[in-house]
Design a protein around this ligand. Sequence first.
Ligand code: SAM
Length: 307
Amino acid sequence: MSTDPSDLNMRGAGRARHRVLEALSPEKPVPGLYLVATPIGHASDITLRALGLLATADVLYCEDTRVTSKLLSLYGIRQKLEPYHEHNAARMRPKIAARLEKGEVVALVSDAGTPAISDPGFRLARDMAAAGHFVTHCPGASAALTGLLLSGLATDRFFFCGFLPPKHQARLSELETVKEVPATLIFYESPKRLAASLKDMEAVLGARPSAVARELTKKFEEVRKGTLSELAKAYEEEGAPKGEIVIVVEAPGKRAEFSKEQIRDRLSELLNEVSLKDAVAEVTRESGWKRSDVYDLALALKKNDAP
Ligand code: SAM
């Protein structure tokens, strides 16, 4: 089967239908462990390959059989479901290893999104690969990436922080560890802790631009943007929102890396060598501070130096 997606457009609807059916009932995949992504909201956000795997695997491990049954029934798939969640994972791993030994196709899904991303699956994938089994991923939705994309914040570098600890002090300590990370930060959070977490983020990370992305790909999808303090205040006043949430926070500004003291020292140094204009231009370039702020400091230094 061609993997060129343009084939679907080129050869007409009949051919396209044929390919969809083919993809839904593919030949048996090679034996191994398949980490299969499922929708995070919109039920159509699942790949043809994922549906094929869910239909043809020898067994499908899932977090909650009721949740996965619903998804399967939407697509008319009947499958043998076994539980794999944080409470039984250690007990299930040897059983899954035994299935892989026998040459079975084992699929793993979580309730929603990509397995192993704040969900069970990491240890299983690691251990099965280490034991020499074929392990692969059938990619699809993940709330972290959808939240990032819709946040309006830089996507060139990002750092996924997962869930913060629920307790205030532990949360502050955890935030300290990511404060200096030079990348957009992505967090998962529960609605009931949203306001408190935003407040702690503001205390540790500063008043950075950020976004709260809620109910992604669902009917009431919403992305609210503002500084951490604005968002913290809004949710404190309104109370906990409904639904699922991703918080995205801008990387630390360059400005935060240079204190006023450091800017003053560097300006004093340069003002002995070059003109005020050149010193301001140089320090603006080096620090990322606003030119007008650097200029004001340079002017004040010059005045203090004046006889
Ligand atoms: N493995 C999943 C993934 O790849 O996105 C994440 C699982 S984690 C247990 C669930 C958390 O993901 C939610 O509490 C929320 O923070 C985030 N999340 C999942 N679906 C979401 C959605 N539709 N909108 C916003 N956040 C979502």
